[in-house]
Design a binder for this molecule. Structure first.
Ligand SMILES: [Fe+2]
Length: 345
C-alpha cells in the first residue's frame, strides 16, 4: 500500500488520500522561544532557547541545542487484562513508569517533541491492550509514531492504532516532524517471530526518500538491523538479506539514523554508514552476557532519548527502574560552576 497512513487527530491533516504527500507534524523544539540576540562574552548569536546571560563555551561558541528531542521506546508488550507479561511483569505498570519519566521531564521544562514506539506494543494483539497503550502514550500530548512488531497483530494494529481497518498488507508511514522525516517500516511476518522487509516495501521506502527533507530522515522498524544479543533472538531476527537490502536502500539518502526494538536491550550499531539505535523494552531486559545457551532476562527497563542536532544525532539510554539522585544542580549552581570553569564572572 503506497503513500502515507497516519492515524489520528494528533496528526494535522491525517486521513488524507493514500497517495497524499507527507503529513506535517508541528513539534516544539524548532519553535522553542528564541533567546537573546547575543551571548554574553561573545557577541555571537545565541542558540534559540538559551537566555541572554548564558556564557559561551570554552571554544567561544554558544551552547548547542537540538532541533528535535524525541523519546524512543519499544516492546511495551501490554497484555490482556489480568495477564502478566511472561507470567511475572505488570506491563501496564512498566509503561506507566516510562510515561512518568517523560511527564516529569515535561514538567521540568524538557518536554520531548514526539514519541516513537517501535513495536511489540502488545503481547498478543488484544484490542484492549492497544487502547491502553494509546491512552498511556497519547496522554503525553505530543505526536506519537507507532510501529508494529512480531507480537502485534498487523490487522488489529492497523485498525486500532493507525485507524486503518481492513488493511492486511504492510503499511509504510511517512511523518514530518517540522522538517524531520520519520519513515516507519513494517518488518513483521504475520504469525512468525522473525522479520523480513519485502522488496515492494523497500521500493516504497526508496520513493519516500527520493528527495531530502529539511532535517534529514529517521527510519523506524521493529526488527533491529544489527546482530541480536542472545542465542534465542538469533532465530527471531531480521533476515540478513533484508538487513543488506535496507542498508542498500538508505545508502546515499538523507537517512541519519535507524531506530528499532525487538532485542529488549539498548544497543547501537551501524547499517552501512548509518547508525542504528535499538531501544530496550520498557518491561524487561535481555542479558547479553548470559552463560552460553542461556536466554536470561531481568526486570530492568529503559527508554531512549534521541536528540537531533544540525550536524549530528545523539541517543541517550534512560533507565526507568527508579534510581536515587546523586546530585541535582539548579541553574544558579550550574552557572556558578560554568563561570568558575571558564574563568569568568
Ligand atoms: Fe518484544
Amino acid at each position: 500500500m503506497p503513500g502515507y497512513h497516519p492515524r489520528d487527530e494528533q496528526h494535522p491533516g491525517a486521513r488524507q488520500p493514500a497517495d497524499s504527500a507527507t503529513i506535517p507534524i508541528p513539534v516544539g523544539a524548532v519553535n522553542r522561544p528564541a533567546g537573546a540576540s547575543s551571548v554574553a562574552g561573545s557577541g555571537s548569536p545565541a542558540e534559540p532557547g538559551w537566555p541572554a546571560d548564558v556564557p559561551t563555551t570554552p571554544d567561544a561558541l554558544p551552547p548547542e541545542l537540538p532541533t528535535h528531542l524525541l523519546a524512543h521506546l519499544s516492546d511495551t508488550h501490554l497484555t490482556s487484562p489480568g495477564v502478566r507479561y511472561n507470567g511475572v511483569i505488570d506491563a501496564d505498570a512498566a509503561l506507566a513508569r516510562a510515561v512518568a519519566v517523560l511527564q516529569q521531564a515535561a514538567a521540568g521544562g524538557s518536554p520531548v517533541d514526539a514519541v516513537i514506539a517501535s513495536g511489540d506494543l502488545t503481547d498478543t494483539g488484544d484490542p484492549d491492550a492497544y487502547r491502553r497503550v494509546r491512552a498511556a502514550l497519547e496522554s503525553l500530548t505530543v505526536p506519537v509514531i507507532w510501529a508494529t512488531g512480531n507480537h502485534d497483530v498487523r490487522t488489529v494494529f492497523h485498525e486500532h492504532v493507525l485507524d486503518l481497518p481492513d488493511v492486511a498488507e504492510p503499511v509504510l508511514q511517512v511523518h514530518d516532524l517540522s522538517g524531520l522525516r520519520v519513515v516507519v517500516l513494517d518488518s513483521t511476518v504475520p504469525g512468525a517471530g522473525h522479520g523480513v522487509l519485502a522488496a515492494d516495501h523497500l521500493a516504497e521506502l526508496a520513493d519516500a526518500l527520493a528527495s531530502p527533507a529539511e532535517h534529514g530522515s529517521i527510519v523506524v522498524l521493529h526488527h533491529a538491523p544489527i546482530p541480536p544479543p542472545s542465542p534465542l533472538l538469533t532465530y527471531f531476527a531480521l533476515h540478513r538479506e533484508s538487513r543488506r537490502a535496507l542498508a542498500e536502500a538508505i545508502a546515499g539518502t538523507d537517512v541519519r539514523l535507524v531506530l528499532a526494538g525487538h532485542h529488549h536491550l539498548a544497543q547501537s550499531g551501524m547499517l552501512g554508514s548509518v547508525p542504528v539505535a535499538v531501544a530496550g523494552s520498557v518491561a524487561i531486559r535481555t542479558d547479553p552476557v548470559a552463560p552460553p545457551g542461556h536466554e536470561h532476562t531481568t526486570t530492568s527497563a529503559s527508554l531512549n532519548v534521541v536528540a537531533v542536532y544540525p550536524d549530528t544525532v545523539t541517543v541517550s539510554v534512560i533507565p526507568i527502574d527508579g534510581a536515587d539522585t546523586v546530585f541535582d544542580l539548579g541553574p544558579a549552581q550550574s552557572a556558578e560552576i560554568i563561570r568558575r570553569s571558564i574563568g569568568r564572572g
